[in-house]
Design a protein around this ligand. Structure first.
Ligand code: MF3
Ligand code: CO
Ligand code: CO
Length: 297
């Protein structure tokens, strides 16, 4: 198969194709419940299972819009996430995940992702990402949104708008025939055109029966690179966008990722499934609160 891209002399004749790693696709029903490096293709019923888990997550993120305000602690937010999910048949996937002990991630201001809920109150002007994943009947619904805390600075507001738009532009590129590189390129072009930067050290991921599965979904790249998208694939897109430089470091708690230059960072995340003619966004807000606190969305 791979030799198709070489002339008889062995010279590479299709540079684009050569940038696509060798990958195999497998019917999710035949695949073992571990990351084998193959790409699971899920069925219609599987999509229904994902939809249910993801709508629980999206419902929680909707409720949080009224809860996030100055004075509330991220631990109180986490307690709400735990109660909301478990009262409705969901289990937070992050609980005891690789030693993580909370039901959500709460990432404030220059925290890029994986902020750990604690007892410090939110302050007027903060921006906070809340990332929730519920497991329902074995399906993982993974989504996050940004929440402004009271009035925020104009630059912070623009960061949230650009980050949300970049997610939706990435989702538009998520269709059969395109590649994961088309998604990354669309996001990167839009973000950099707005003079912000895309974090390279974290990416989206296959999701479904597993929390983090093949393939990685990079939020930067070139059109045509990466893996071909096929109907039945399920993954997240979750761009992290900084007002400053893209570089991050992880704090000594082993989780909290922050911008090295302490610039502001934002992220929105959806879980999606590739269909015959595009994709289904499983984690769409039932209440239309796609961008809480903003006028766009
Ligand atoms: N929900 C995050 C994601 O989008 C993963 C959080 S894992 C944790 O992939 F352990 F940090 F909670
Ligand atoms: Co995710
Ligand atoms: Co997430």
């Amino acid at each position: 198969m791979a030799f198709r891209h070489f002339a008889r002399s062995g010279r590479v004749i299709d540079k684009r194709a050569m940038k696509q790693p060798m990958v195999t696709y497998i019917d999710a029903a035949d695949a073992p419940l571990k990351n084998t490096g193959q790409i699971r293709l899920y069925s219609k019923d599987d999509f229904a299972g994902m939809h249910k888990a993801c709508q629980l997550t999206a419902g929680c993120l909707d409720e949080l819009a009224a809860i996030v305000k100055p004075g509330v602690t991220t631990q109180e937010i986490d307690d709400f996430v735990y109660a909301y999910g478990t009262e409705r048949g969901g289990i937070p996937a992050t609980l005891n995940y690789r030693g993580y002990t909370k039901s959500s991630c709460t990432s404030i201001n220059h925290v890029v992702c994986h902020g750990i809920p604690n007892d410090k109150p939110l302050r007027e002007g903060d921006i906070v990402n809340i990332d929730v994943t519920y497991i329902v009947d074995g399906w993982h619904g993974d989504s996050s949104r940004m929440y402004p805390v009271g009035e925020i600075a104009r630059k912070a507001e623009r960061l949230l708008e650009v980050t949300y738009e970049s997610l939706m532009i990435g989702i538009e590129a998520a269709k059969p025939g395109n590649t994961t590189g088309d998604i990354g390129a669309a996001i990167q072009t839009f973000v950099e055109g707005n003079r912000f930067s895309v974090v390279r050290d974290f990416c989206g991921h296959g999701v479904g029966k597993l929390f983090h599965d093949t393939p990685n979904i990079l939020h930067y790249g070139r059109p045509g690179e990466g893996i071909e998208l096929r109907p039945g694939m399920i993954f997240t897109i979750e761009p992290m966008v900084n007002t400053g430089r893209p570089h991050v470091k992880v704090l000594s708690d082993g989780w909290t990722a922050v911008t090295r230059d302490r610039s502001l960072s934002a992220q929105y995340e959806h879980s999606i499934g590739i269909t015959e003619d595009g994709c289904e966004i499983f984690t769409l807000s039932p209440a239309g609160l796609h961008t809480p606190g903003l006028t766009i969305g």
